[in-house]
Each structure stands twice: as structure tokens, then as C-alpha cells.
Design a protein around this ligand. Structure first.
Ligand SMILES: [Cu+2]
Length: 131
């Protein structure tokens, strides 16, 4: 069978060729679970994260810092700490509790967010980060 990417010189074919490299088609293969991205927008209270709440209970999440300063996400119960996330960087993947959770930025404790559980409910926020 002829490959569609056989050498021709039309511009259209050249464009197609760029997607016919032969093995680098999809960076998220079936063995790599797709992480949900929560974006850190800026230091803005309960509007610091998007989406918030995120429907990500029990799922893998990464935090992407779209702000110009370092942030660091910590679950309110202390069970997950992303470490510092530099401006423009994305955290390592973290596994959220099935029942959902509340979290905040340990650098800016007024930045708060939540993850809802499987049935969509957001756990009650308790402690000093819930104002
Ligand atoms: Cu922060």
C-alpha cells in the first residue's frame, strides 16, 4: 500500500508531511492517563484558580501557573504539596482524593480552590483557608 506521505513537492503535501513523521503522532498515548489541568490565573481569592471548583475527584490533576509569580498548591489537609510552580510552568501530576478536597496556595493563603467529588459535591471547607 502506498503511503500518503510519499515524496511529492506540492505545498499541501508538505503540510501533510509534517504530521507523518512516523511515530510521534500523539503524546498522550493510551497508557498515559490524561490529566485535568487547573490553571492558576493570579492571586485573586476564590477566583485564583480555573476551573473552580474543578470536577476532578479521584483524577490526576496538574496545576499550570499562568501568573507572573511563583505559586505553590497545598491541599488544606496537607496531603498533597505541588512544590513551587514557576511562572509559566506546570506542576507534576497529582492524584486528587475521590471525595474531592479543598486547597490553597501556601505562598498566598488567600488563594483558595476546591475539587468536587464523584457526585459533584464540594467538600465542606474547614480551617483557616476558607474565608
Ligand atoms: Cu500563590
Amino acid at each position: 500500500m502506498h503511503r500518503a506521505c510519499a515524496a511529492t513537492t506540492s505545498v499541501v503535501t508538505a503540510l501533510i508531511l509534517s504530521s507523518c513523521g512516523g511515530g510521534t503522532a500523539n503524546p498522550t498515548g493510551p497508557s498515559t492517563p490524561t490529566a485535568i489541568t487547573i490553571t492558576i490565573t493570579r492571586q485573586n481569592g476564590a477566583q485564583s484558580f480555573s476551573p473552580n471548583p474543578a470536577a476532578a475527584g479521584g483524577q490526576t490533576v496538574v496545576f499550570r501557573n499562568n501568573d507572573s509569580v511563583v505559586h505553590r498548591v497545598l491541599l488544606n489537609d496537607g496531603s498533597i504539596d505541588t512544590g513551587n510552580i514557576a511562572p509559566g510552568a506546570t506542576s507534576a501530576p497529582v492524584q486528587m482524593p475521590v471525595s474531592g478536597t479543598n486547597y490553597h496556595c501556601s505562598v498566598h493563603p488567600d488563594m483558595i480552590g476546591a475539587v468536587s467529588g464523584g457526585s459533584g459535591e464540594v467538600p465542606r471547607c474547614e480551617g483557616p483557608y476558607c474565608a
